[in-house]
Design a protein around this ligand. Structure first.
Ligand code: IPM
Ligand code: MN
Length: 357
């Protein structure tokens, strides 16, 4: 068996509820397969601001660096959403840990469970067979460029900036993955307008030469947003910048039926970081309504990517598949045909998944 130390950062809102089940799945997997997983916990986001004044306490970053993988929930609080003048914000914690751990590649697989074909607002015949892997660049772009307010407070700017090496390393990761999948890569940019996108396209064209077995397409982001809904099957691997990737993957979550189904892996120089793509959802927090599947699927990504445990990862995705096949749903993925008695809360769904694992 393997010995691994995992840092759990539940964060805010439903983050704490769903992460409980991600961790429970890790414990069950360790027991069943004879691994030794040890756990520690740390604060981030609103919870950390309340306790320490900082959205990413030094202690959390130190623990993160010392662990073999991180399971993260979500961060955010409505208090800040309604107060654009707040200087200290929960999101700064997430951005700082991404930067601090060098997590430049965010993998967001759009996995479609057949049972959920009707949970999407897109027609099943358009969706069926869709399998997309997004590579969202995660430590550059307008997210990390200089932010400014003019002295008179009437003008604001965020610098959109990319360096050649940043584009190259994410492109390489995406091409390597494309080579092992459908051998098609779509690079999404806005090269008709943005200088950063022109650099992006130039670098991707250079990297493409090293992967002649992969078919490369370049697409403008506005067109990509449209094509994702019109014909999602045409995509295999998509590689794009931080902001475009943030927006396109929320859109793509509707292909999978719900944000509650989408997991993600952030990787780069050091420890891998695994999290659902959904946020802290304060509107349903504390009500036992959140879908724990995105957290549990993030655990599957951790097992596969950080620990190289394919069989264990498969066991986890199979458990989700079994639960769905048995007709169980959380509210977000239920539709008019769902048996009302099979609509479960977070706890009952978590238990059901553990049972079938
Ligand atoms: C995400 C989130 C974050 C982002 C926020 C919370 C900073 O939306 O992980 O997609 O924009 O990257
Ligand atoms: Mn987002």
């Amino acid at each position: 068996g393997l010995k691994k130390h995992i840092l759990v950062i539940p964060g805010d809102g439903i983050g704490t509820e769903v992460t409980t089940w991600g961790k429970a799945v890790l414990e069950k997997i360790a027991k069943d397969f004879g691994h030794e997983f040890t756990f520690d916990e740390a604060l981030m986001g609103h919870a950390a601001i309340e306790a320490t004044g900082s959205p990413l306490p030094d202690e959390t970053l130190a623990k993160a660096k010392a662990s073999d993988a991180i399971l993260f929930g979500a961060i955010g609080h409505i208090k800040y959403d309604n107060d654009p003048t707040a200087k200290v914000r929960p999101e700064q914690g997430l951005l700082a840990i991404r930067k601090g751990l060098g997590l430049y590649a965010n993998l967001r697989p759009i996995m479609l469970f057949d049972e959920l074909l009707n949970a999407s607002s897109i027609r099943p015949e358009i969706l069926k067979g869709t399998d997309i892997l997004f590579f969202r660049e995660l430590t550059g772009d307008v997210y990390f460029g200089e932010k400014k307010r003019s002295a008179d407070n009437n003008t604001a700017s965020d610098l959109m900036v990319y360096s050649r090496y940043e584009v190259e390393r994410i492109a390489v990761k995406a091409y390597e993955a494309a080579r092992l999948r459908g051998k098609r890569l779509c690079s999404v940019d806005k090269a008709n307008v943005l200088e950063t996108s022109r650099l992006w396209r130039e670098v991707v064209q250079e990297v493409a030469k090293r992967y002649p077995d992969v078919e490369t397409e370049h697409m403008f982001v506005d067109n990509a947003a449209m094509q994702l809904i019109k014909n999602p099957k045409k995509f295999d691997v998509v590689v794009t910048a931080n902001l475009f990737g943030d927006i396109l993957t929320d859109e793509a979550s509707q292909i999978a039926g719900s944000m509650g189904m989408l997991a993600s892996a952030s990787i780069g120089d050091g420890t891998g970081f695994f999290e659902p793509i959904h946020g802290s959802a304060h509107d349903i927090a504390g009500q036992d309504k959140a879908n724990p599947m995105a957290s549990i699927l993030s655990v599957a990504l951790m097992l596969e990517i950080s620990f190289g445990l394919q069989e264990e990862a498969k066991r986890v995705t199979n458990a989700i598949d079994k639960v769905l096949k048995a007709g169980y749903r959380t509210g977000d993925i239920a539709d008019s045909s769902t048996d009302k008695s099979k609509i479960l809360g977070t706890t009952a769904m978590g238990q059901k998944i553990l049972e079938l694992l």
